[in-house]
Design a protein around this ligand. Structure first.
Ligand code: CU
Length: 148
């Protein structure tokens, strides 16, 4: 076997291996959207599905459209719908953690203007895993009237 060809196939193998070794994103966000608001409405809500390769926590959120963003949980207690604020949201590894109407959501306070269908909003999400490693992710969420 010509030595040149052997070298070539070895190089090809290595480059293929490296190609497969591309780091997969640690956190992915899907199904993200923001509910459209009416004129004069100062509070809004945002939803998404967060999947992380490792156990982590969502510890803070900022948005281009609101002065402040809180992590909320909605639940039924004794037949009454209750909403409470969470300091952080625990995210289990390799599990789609859903923020959706009737459950967890991001509450947007002091909207800068009404959220109109078709517009894009920006969110910056801050995560912190058990080792204390921080991860920041920016996403664009479309404004919709209901869950896509
Ligand atoms: Cu809320």
């Amino acid at each position: 076997m010509p030595l040149k060809l052997a070298y070539f196939s070895l190089a090809l193998c290595i480059s293929m291996l490296l190609g497969c070794n591309k780091p997969t994103p640690e956190i992915t966000i899907t199904d993200n959207w923001v509910r459209a608001t009416a004129e004069g409405q100062e509070v809004g809500a945002a939803y998404m599905t967060i999947t992380s390769a490792t156990d982590t926590k969502l510890v803070g959120v900022e948005s281009s459209v609101a002065d402040s963003v809180e992590i909320h949980k909605m639940s039924m207690e004794n037949g009454i719908m209750k909403m409470r604020m969470l300091e952080e949201l625990e995210l289990k590894a390799n599990t789609p953690n859903k923020l959706e109407p009737g459950g967890f959501h991001l509450m947007l306070f002091d909207l800068k203007k009404p959220l109109i269908v078709g517009e894009q909003t920006t969110f910056t999400l801050h995560f912190k895993n058990q080792a204390g490693k921080e991860n920041v992710l920016s996403i664009n969420s479309p404004v919709l009237t209901e869950k896509p």
